[in-house]
Design a protein around this ligand. Structure first.
Ligand code: SF4
Length: 212
């Protein structure tokens, strides 16, 4: 990354931190993955049960690897031995104390967009865990809420579909066909316009590309 890119990211990050704070999020800007991981760990109280939704970002900053080392109380659906156990753990995650995730897009005025197939991620971010931490790379910034929604639907979702290969137009063409397929991964679309109660959702913006 060039010095100009770093400087621009720092300025944009600070601008969005202010926009998020105006909407009652707690917000931070970190320049690197390492800094973001450290900040996320600082924001988790020691006695908390922790869970998370599917997120490349959390893996890319090394946070999930750290939480799986055994020193934390976690609900980890990827340890399930059967589909039934996985579903049970996903439901239990809704009552964890801290929930970790990312966003599919964030607008420059501080609104966070997520698209979800099962709805577990958006449900947990909205109501359930009392401490929600979202780590979002600046590659997911969009100028307006409308642009953020467009990014989530036309970039994040078709990319995400390549991981699961559902029987949907985007899995075949890489482009959203606005489908209503049974295994559509865009069943639930959420815009977190503001954080209520204030401070429940902590957003860590990172000046590196993370997730998609
Ligand atoms: S084609 Fe369907 S699953 Fe794929 S991005 Fe569009 S709405 Fe989502």
């Amino acid at each position: 990354m060039t010095e100009a890119e770093r400087t621009r990211n720092e300025k944009l990050g600070q601008k969005i931190v202010k926009a998020l704070e105006r909407r009652h999020f707690e917000a931070y800007y970190c320049t690197s993955k390492e800094e973001a991981k450290k900040k996320a760990l600082e924001l988790i109280p020691e006695d908390h049960v922790i869970s998370w939704g599917g997120s490349e970002t959390l893996s890319q900053i090394g946070l999930l690897q750290e939480l799986r080392r055994g020193e934390y109380k976690v609900i980890d659906r990827d340890r399930a031995k059967t589909p039934e156990e996985r579903t049970r753990l996903m439901r239990e995650a809704l009552l964890a104390d801290t929930y970790l995730g990312s966003g599919n897009a964030v607008s420059e005025d501080g609104q966070i967009v997520n698209i979800d197939g099962n709805g577990n991620r958006v449900a947990a971010m909205t109501y359930g865990p009392t401490n929600v931490i979202l780590v979002i790379g600046l590659n997911k910034v969009a100028a307006t809420a409308e642009d953020a929604l467009r990014r989530a639907r036309h970039l994040a979702a078709p990319t995400n579909a390549q991981r699961f290969l559902p029987d949907t137009p985007c899995a075949k063409t890489g482009s959203c066909g606005d489908c209503v397929a049974k295994d559509c991964i865009c069943a639930y679309i959420s815009i977190i316009r503001l954080c209520r109660p204030a401070g429940k959702i902590k957003v860590i913006l990172v000046g590196e590309p993370l997730g998609f």
